[in-house]
Design a protein around this ligand. Structure first.
Ligand SMILES: [Zn+2]
Length: 472
């Protein structure tokens, strides 16, 4: 379908995309405030700073917190202990500081075990992580599941190190804590739910994780202040990977309610939008997000499941849960996994475009009705103020034939090669004239019947109609 704007995803930067100053936009300003305020916290899996960030977000819009204790088995995983850093630094022989956790949390690899000692350069370098591609920045590293310690240093610092000795202190401890997932809910008229997800971990970084959380929160505020929706919307924020598993572990009863999910990831850097398709690949969620992105009339990338950016879709859309989950992202960006991933790289224009695209996606979901006619035979268009010159454009005739209740606005727009918006607009006009019902699931119509009965059918996970009625 669409078009000249679409390209196959290949990792590349496009730094020519201009930024914009949109500080006057309250939602954009809201995202920027969150990014600045929570940027430097040591937001790792189970930690006081992670909890602090969650508390801060709960003050913006009230949330539920789902907590799972350290040591608990969550499906095949085990919740780690809380990691506490008393102090951690490297000093040279003159007492000059080479690295200090309290200057930037990335200096110490997350979950480093305790160590104290004086090391020469060669010994020290066995415990130093650096990134020559980004020589002035501190890289990001962690030891979640292998006991070890290390410091992360800018390559320029490593190059300048003398023979030592170096005084190394890693004063950390592990204690029982709780892994926490924050959840915001905006209830709709239906239990059928749409999941938004973004991770809050990644110490001292912004675009990776935090920007998606901030953007999701602004979407929830917008939904909460909008007229009642049909679908229920849930945003969860959590430590990456194991965090979303904790959510599903504690909320297994909700899994059948989810119609689809969107992972919000890296949406503030200057690069094109990309969609990573769901595992199913062609669900209503995939298609509507692609329409929403294409509407921007800018180049956008698409890629298969797990081939663009890897996050919690492996859980959300994974074995035993399998909610179709797309990701919306601007990956890649050169500051990734370094201390350069700071509020400075977040473009307000990119945030605004990401927000608008998500709102448009939600508006399309909400208007992807199955219009079901209440008229019989041809429609007296003039009587209802619907007359259009059929010699110029016969779209309305095609439309009045298509509103049988068995196809969605999206499907009709594809069948008739009309825009989604145009079909949705006709559906709304017909509804306002009392000519159609607007359902959210397809109906089955008896051949002679003139009075459509809403059926219990609903879209299943593949976006395919479950035919749970008998053929007549
Ligand atoms: Zn990351």
């Amino acid at each position: 379908m669409h078009n000249k704007w679409k390209f196959d995803f290949k990792p590349s930067f496009d730094l020519a995309i201009p930024g914009e100053d949109l500080a006057h936009d309250p939602e954009v300003a809201g995202v920027m405030d969150i990014c600045r305020d929570l940027h430097i916290l040591d937001r790792t899996l189970v930690s006081d700073d992670y909890d602090k960030a969650l508390d801060y977000l709960g003050n913006i819009l009230p949330m539920k917190v789902h907590a799972v204790k350290s040591g608990a088995e969550v499906f095949t995983w085990k919740v780690p202990k809380k990691w506490v850093v008393n102090e951690a630094y490297i000093k040279d022989a003159d007492g000059k500081t080479i690295a200090d956790f309290f200057l930037h949390p990335l200096y110490l690899s997350s979950y480093s075990i305790p160590f104290r000692g004086d090391l020469d350069k060669q010994e020290l370098l066995k415990h130093v992580v650096t990134n020559p591609d980004r020589p002035a920045a501190i890289p990001y590293h962690y030891h979640y599941y292998k006991e070890d310690w290390s410091f992360c240093l800018p390559y320029n610092v490593v190059k300048g190190l003398g023979e030592g000795p170096y005084n190394v202190v890693v004063d950390t401890r592990f204690e029982s804590g709780e892994m926490k997932v924050g959840e915001w809910v905006v209830p709709g008229q239906s239990r059928e739910s749409i999941l938004l997800s973004a991770h809050l971990c990644h110490p001292g970084q912004v675009n990776d994780g935090l920007a998606g959380v901030a953007l999701g929160l602004m979407l929830m505020k917008w939904l909460a202040s909008s007229p009642a929706s049909h679908f229920t919307y849930r945003l969860i924020t959590h430590p990456e990977n194991i965090g979303s598993l904790c959510y599903f572990y504690k909320n297994r009863h909700l899994i059948p309610d989810f119609k689809g999910a969107v992972f919000l990831e890296m949406l503030g850097n200057r690069n094109h939008l990309k969609i990573q398709y769901s595992r199913q690949g062609n669900t209503v969620i995939d298609q509507l997000m692609e329409l929403a992105v294409a509407h921007n009339e800018k180049p956008y990338g698409v890629g298969a499941f797990r081939k663009v950016i890897c996050n919690d879709e492996i859980n959300i859309n994974g074995p035993g849960i399998n909610i179709p989950c797309i990701s919306l992202t601007r990956w890649p960006y050169p500051e990734y996994h370094t201390s350069d991933d700071s509020p400075d790289i977040i473009s307000m224009g990119m945030i605004k475009e990401s927000l608008d695209t998500c709102k448009r996606f939600i508006n399309m979901l909400e208007t992807n009705w199955y219009p079901a006619r209440k008229y019989t035979g041809n429609l007296f268009l003039s009587k209802y103020g619907l007359y259009e010159d059929l010699n110029k454009d016969d779209a309305i005739e095609q439309i009045l034939l298509a509103f049988e209740g068995d196809k969605s606005v999206l499907e009709i727009s594809q069948d008739l090669d009309l825009s989604f918006d145009r079909v949705a607009k006709y559906a709304r006009r017909f509804y306002e004239k009392g000519l159609v019902d607007l359902n959210y699931s397809p109906i089955y119509r008896e051949r002679e019947g003139s009075c459509p009965e809403p059926s219990k059918n609903r879209l299943n996970r593949q976006g395919v109609i479950d035919l749970d009625m008998e053929d007549s």
